[in-house]
Design a protein around this ligand. Sequence first.
Ligand SMILES: [Zn+2]
Length: 436
Amino acid sequence: MIWSEVETWSRGQVEELQLERLKKIVKTVYAGNAAYRKKMDDANLKPEDIQSLSDIQKFPFTTKQDMRDNYPFGMFCVPKKQLLRIHASSGTTGKPTVVGYTKNDLEMWAECVARLAAAGGATEDDIAQICFGYGMFTGALGLHKGLERLGAAIVPSSSGNTQKQLLYMKDFECSLLVATPSYALRIAEVAQEMGLDPKKDLHIKTALLGSELMTEAMRTEMKHVWGEDLQVTQNYGMSELIGPGVSGECLELNGMHINEDHFLCEIIDPKTGEVMPAGEKGELVVTTLTKEGIPLIRYRTRDITRLFYEPCACGRTSARMENMSGRTDDMLKIRGVNIFPSQIEEILLNSEICGPHYEIVVTRKNHSDALDINVEVAADKMTDSFKELAAAEADLKAKLKTTLGIAAPVHLVSANTLQRFEGKAKRIIDKREEDR
Ligand SMILES: [Zn+2]
């Protein structure tokens, strides 16, 4: 179902609205926020310099560092009195980044998520179990409000206590699951441990996954455990931009449709900051076109993708972003070679013997980076044959060498021995700092 008519507008209609909104938001931040005014004055820019959409390219970027430097409310554009909600993203290093929502922001957020949920197959008939952690994290309340707007019934079970999750899921006959891809797999695993078959004993038909990257191999694994008919899509957002709601996959599974009337997207070369030619891959930069609490001009997301504009078979004409291939922050530089963990995941999950749980350990030995990969054997492929395991490890190592160009030993470990996560999975253990 297409939720909003805007999703089928012509390029001309979309760009006309985007330009009108862009002019307004630049005027707003210049008048209402000292940090933005200083940046624009330093670059010798005035709001009137926006005459076309491409004029945005003259403007300086906004980064996570700007948000930290102006902690907590320095990037806000409205008096505190107008805020209805405050969220923060847990900074693993330094201060958290804080975002605030006005009444209109909350409305827009629910509308954007409702569109993406509908694109992913959610309907008003669904009973939606939200297994994202509620709290300062934007994921849970974002999906909650969007699905509520769609008319679904919400089961706000949050994350954790997986056996209890399964009790609700089974007894309430929940039909829609919201979780991270890794937690969705974990829930299925616990179900099996409890003697339940997720395909027969549970009723999940639709999974809206987000908050961590999902590779195609992971999607295949989801269908393998939850059922081949499962509608499984991912959606994209980040708390700085709004939370979930920036873009999401439709059931054609060919990129994530962008809510272009609210978010203006560009792709830049992460090294030079130059805008890339149309269709090329680079870092996603987003300008929020309607946000009032904390509008962002040219926010550097650190996520790597490309944009494409061909209309989709689903009937939507909105531009799409390719499913993320990684974050510049997650990119590992091993002996001078750039590696995305998603590349390693694809190889592991495409192999018969590996289950979906793995970890990448980076160390520094004798002044050289070393990569070790620990991966669980799939539960139905467990073996006592040392010869068989050694052959499988050698095969995986060779595949990694061919794809990544570096040698990395792979260690197959027993099923159910690596750590499990109820939110974002931590796949990378980088010990280089402590080894130095
Ligand atoms: Zn589509």
